[in-house]
Ligand binder design. Structure first.
Ligand code: RP5
Length: 162
């Protein structure tokens, strides 16, 4: 299977988007990351989706900030599931990114995650879960991750007054 494709509008998005890559790596899913901008490199955006189709990319994760049209534009060019991550912006802290990505008009779907690091990590997790529907090894890794999280809660320290 081709690696999960992680795209972002700018190199400046990588500190957030690397958390998607880290989650995929932890869950045993191959990934590759590239910078593709909807407004700075529109031709590259189109050709990268054509290439992704040819390569058999299973899921695209796309992060962008501000007027964050990258995930929606990618989804316009491919039926590969696109998971959008709103990257925090300087002025509006990512609320602008969230509203840009989540408000897709009916007919072209983008799955939108939370703003920032949590959303990026969960995009990686969700991509692994999608792949896990047909890949038993990845499904086992996802289940082990969930078990570890549950055990952390169950075995946490007693809550006491200081
Ligand atoms: C968006 O503009 C990018 O996704 C990034 O979040 C934001 C700012 O980009 P830079 O000015 O840092 O390149 O396209």
């Amino acid at each position: 299977m081709a690696p999960v494709l992680i795209l972002m509008g700018s190199q400046s998005d990588w500190p957030v988007m690397q958390h998607a890559a880290k989650m995929l790596k932890d869950l045993g899913v191959e990934w590759r990351a590239e910078v593709v901008s909807a407004h700075r490199t529109p031709d590259l955006l189109k050709s990268s989706m054509q290439q992704a189709e040819q390569d058999g990319v299973p899921v695209v994760i796309a992060g962008a900030g501000g007027a964050a049209h990258l995930p929606g534009m990618l989804a316009a060019y491919t039926a590969i599931p696109v998971l959008g991550v709103p990257v925090p912006s300087k002025q509006l802290k990512g609320l602008d990114s969230l509203l840009s990505i989540v408000q897709m008009p009916k007919g072209v779907a983008v799955g939108t995650l939370a703003i920032g690091q949590a959303g990026a990590a969960n995009a990686g997790l969700l991509a692994a879960q999608i792949i896990g529907t047909t890949n038993a090894d990845v499904r086992a890794n996802v289940n082990a991750f969930r078990t570890a999280q549950r055990d952390k809660v169950m075995n946490g320290p007693d809550l006491e007054l200081p």
